[in-house]
Design a protein around this ligand. Structure first.
Ligand code: T46
Length: 132
């Protein structure tokens, strides 16, 4: 499945924690956009889509949440709970995000600018793309 947990981003010591994400180094694409998600009600489910071209790296700066990733054949649940790791989500992966803790803050690094036309929000269409 086209996802990866990026680790070894932490440079922490007695004076605090520092996390590094660098273009084309531990981030496997050139970053064009950064956005954040917070204040998500615990009962909310976000996502519900896939991207044909966009690649993203999700970092959970505070709190926790879960990602259900689906490549049309296999489903995997990834829990994010620390900025010590990033979740790389490649192309053609359906994602649902849920179980947000009240303090959850996600930072997302994206490989391209926002384009609502590039989203696949219809699950049967997603499955037909996967099987093509
Ligand atoms: C993804 C997951 C992890 C913008 O205007 N610009 C942006 O760059 C983004 C990301 C969103 N928006 C607007 C579009 C909607 O009116 O913000 C609103 C909420 O977006 P959306 O419902 O797509 O949010 P999520 O949390 O379901 O999905 C987001 C990203 O859109 C998506 O690419 O993979 O986070």
């Amino acid at each position: 499945m086209n996802f990866e947990i990026i680790t070894n981003v932490s440079h922490s010591n007695a004076h605090g924690e520092l996390f590094v994400f660098e273009n084309l180094k531990n981030v496997p694409f050139a970053i064009k956009r950064v956005y954040c998600i917070k204040n998500v009600p615990s009962t909310s489910i976000r996502g519900g889509h896939a991207h044909t071209q966009l690649e993203q790296l999700v970092i959970c700066l505070a709190g926790s949440c879960k990602f259900l990733l689906d490549d049309g054949t296999t489903k995997t649940i990834v829990e994010l709970y620390s900025p010590q790791q990033g979740l790389f989500i490649g192309k053609n992966l359906w994602r649902d995000m849920y179980d947000f803790s009240p303090d959850c803050i996600l930072m997302v690094l994206a490989s391209d600018f926002y384009d609502p036309e590039e989203y696949i929000r219809d699950y049967p269409t997603f499955l037909s793309i996967c099987s093509a």
